[in-house]
Structures are given as structure tokens and as C-alpha cells.
Design a binder for this molecule. Structure first.
Ligand SMILES: Nc1nc2c(ncn2[C@@H]2O[C@H](COP(=O)(O)OP(=O)(O)OP(=O)(O)O)[C@@H](O)[C@H]2O)c(=O)[nH]1
Ligand SMILES: [Zn+2]
Length: 306
């Protein structure tokens, strides 16, 4: 039998069967995870093979289908171990706001770099546009244009006033979509506007979780329509940590990627090296200074982490 993992509660998983019904499933014995040292071999979003066991309607997970992608959180205690937050993500929505609170470009660009490294397409959702004055609206247009030019689409929306909701619903359709963003940008409000009956489904699923067992749930997947799923990652604002060697960082900036062959040195970090094609593009206004600043700031952080 095949299934889709919707939720992990420690040793038990909530799995959606192909007929839409839910099952409680667990792993048996040791489970091989190719090369990766993981604290959890099975993640939300995994497609698994199951065998029914006993009379209680529970199942055992015997196999995990290869993942198209996955996002990881490094364990704080055991640095060698990583925790897979979710897998097989078709699209990530990054909810941002220009006011109340203001999302920094540093945060946005860091998210985009990580998503590039994970091979997850991102669409930016500029929420709370009902609060924008004329100047902010114009500023927003310039910001959206900047991201559009390098390949990131965006939607201007207001969860509070129901603006842009249909457009977002069309983008979600038939996909597994991850919702991210800083606290307070309106993720919950947006999700509740998009899927008014989600609370109901949440309750149904949590009835399956073990009572009295203390576990931390990192992610949960919700079925919000035919073949359409949404992943919520409570408490996780970023996409996790990816170790990107400094000379490779520019590969994850789409607007820099095409220029890299043109730098004089093939290990160019695009800082002060002579004959740097990226610097030339920045000076010529072809690469935005905002993005270049983010690039430099991420490079510096890499220094600090070592
Ligand atoms: N004016 C306005 N307020 C909004 C909008 N969307 C959300 N809010 C408000 O912003 C505040 C934060 O919204 P939440 O949905 O809780 O934000 P969140 O991103 O889920 O925050 P966390 O749960 O902390 O991650 C609430 O007071 C919402 O009512 C919007 O489109 N316009
Ligand atoms: Zn260069």
C-alpha cells in the first residue's frame, strides 16, 4: 500500500492513504538512510510504502520513495545529525511585509539562496497592502519589479481584506506548497483566508496523535483540495541551514550565475578582485545594489560561522 506522510509525532506518523483515509504508521527496527545522519528517517511529504499490521489499523513503513527535494534543520545538540523538516515541496511562499513589521531584504535574499540550494521555487507574497500608503505602494512595485527581473514572481495581497487571494489559490492548485515568513507577517491569517475550513481538518488529524507523549512537531501537511497540499512549519522562519562554500554562493543568485564565466579568476568572490564581471554589472546597474549587499552580508556570515 502507498501513502503520503502528513505529520510526524515522534515515533508515529500520520499517513494519508491513496483513498484519502488516514493511518497511524511507524518504522520497524533499523531503517537505512543513505549516507545522511538523520534524527528522523521519515519526513512530512514523503511518499512511503506501507504494510498493515495487527487489528488496530496501524501500519509499518517499509520504504520511502526517492525525494525530489527536502529541507533540513540541523540538530542543536548533535551537530552531526540533521532533522528533515519536509520533503517533495513544489513551491515555497515567502510571506513578507513592507510595513508592520518590515521584512528585511537580508532575510528575503537569504531565504531565496537557501531555496535555490534546495531546488525549491519561491513566490513572494507581499501581504498587508491595505496598510500601504501611496509611496509604499510605489516602493512595493519597484521591489517586486526587482525580484521579477531575476525570476521571482510575487503577489500583492491583503489577507485582512481578501485581496489577491484568488491569484494565490491558482498558484497553489495541484501543488505541495510550503508557507514561510517572519512572525507577524500574517501567515496564519492568510492560510485561514485561503482555506477557511482548515481548522476542522487540523482537529481531525490531531485526534490521531499520541496523547500524553511529549513530542515536537516540526511540520505538518494539510490537504486543502484535490491533489493540493499545504505545509505549515510552526516556529521555523527560515528554510534551514545549508553549508554553501564561499566560492559557490554566487551560483545561488540567479542574476550572477550567468556572469560567473566572465570573471577573470574562476575562484572570484566578486569583492575586490580585478576583472570581476559581477562588480561590473553592479556598477552598471544591471545587478541591484540591494541584492549585492545581501550577497556580501551572507559571505560575511559564512566567515563568522567558521
Ligand atoms: N492590516 C492587515 N493586517 C493583517 C493582514 N494579515 C494579517 N494581519 C494582522 O497581522 C497580525 C499577525 O498576523 P498572523 O496571521 O498571526 O501572523 P503570522 O505570520 O501567522 O505570525 P506567527 O504566527 O507569529 O508566525 C494579526 O494581528 C493580523 O490580524 C493584512 O493583510 N492586513
Ligand atoms: Zn567576480
Amino acid at each position: 500500500m502507498k501513502g503520503l506522510v502528513l505529520k510526524s509525532t515522534g515515533s508515529w506518523y500520520v499517513v494519508r492513504k491513496e483513498d484519502g483515509g488516514l493511518l497511524r504508521a511507524r518504522l520497524r527496527g533499523k531503517f537505512k538512510t543513505k549516507g545522511l545522519k538523520l534524527s528522523n528517517p521519515v519526513a512530512v511529504g514523503d511518499h512511503v510504502t506501507l504494510e498493515l499490521e495487527g487489528e488496530e489499523g496501524t501500519a509499518v513503513i517499509t520504504e520511502i520513495a526517492p525525494r525530489t527535494n527536502h529541507i533540513i534543520r540541523k540538530s542543536i545538540h548533535k551537530t552531526a545529525h540533521a532533522h528533515i523538516i519536509a520533503s517533495n515541496i513544489d513551491l515555497a511562499f515567502l510571506v513578507v511585509t513592507l510595513v508592520s513589521p518590515r521584512t528585511s531584504f537580508g532575510f528575503i535574499d537569504r531565504f531565496l539562496v537557501t531555496a535555490e540550494a534546495y531546488h525549491i521555487p519561491v513566490t513572494l507574497l507581499f501581504n498587508k497592502i491595505d496598510l500601504y500608503d501611496e509611496d509604499t505602494l510605489q516602493y512595493q512595485e519597484r521591489v517586486r519589479q526587482m525580484y521579477r527581473q531575476i525570476g521571482y514572481e510575487s503577489v500583492a495581497c491583503s489577507a485582512a481584506e481578501g485581496i489577491g487571494i484568488e491569484e494565490i489559490q491558482q498558484l497553489l492548485d495541484q501543488k505541495v506548497t510550503l508557507f514561510s515568513g517572519h512572525s507577524g507577517v500574517g501567515k496564519s491569517t492568510l492560510v485561514n483566508t485561503l482555506v477557511p475550513d482548515l481548522d476542522l481538518k487540523t482537529t481531525e488529524i490531531s485526534a490521531y496523535s499520541d496523547k500524553g507523549v511529549h513530542t515536537t512537531t516540526f511540520a505538518e501537511m494539510f490537504e486543502i483540495g484535490e491533489n493540493t497540499f499545504l505545509i505549515d512549519t510552526p516556529g521555523i522562519k527560515e528554510l534551514g541551514v545549508v553549508d554553501i562554500p564561499k566560492p559557490e554562493l554566487s551560483h545561488y543568485f540567479p542574476e550572477m550565475r550567468d556572469l560567473l564565466q566572465s570573471c577573470r579568476f574562476n575562484n572570484c568572490l566578486h569583492l575586490n578582485e580585478p576583472g570581476c564581471a559581477v562588480r561590473e554589472a553592479v556598477d552598471a546597474g544591471k545587478i541591484s545594489l540591494t541584492r549585492y549587499d545581501s550577497y556580501r552580508s551572507i559571505l560575511e556570515d559564512e566567515d563568522n560561522r567558521r
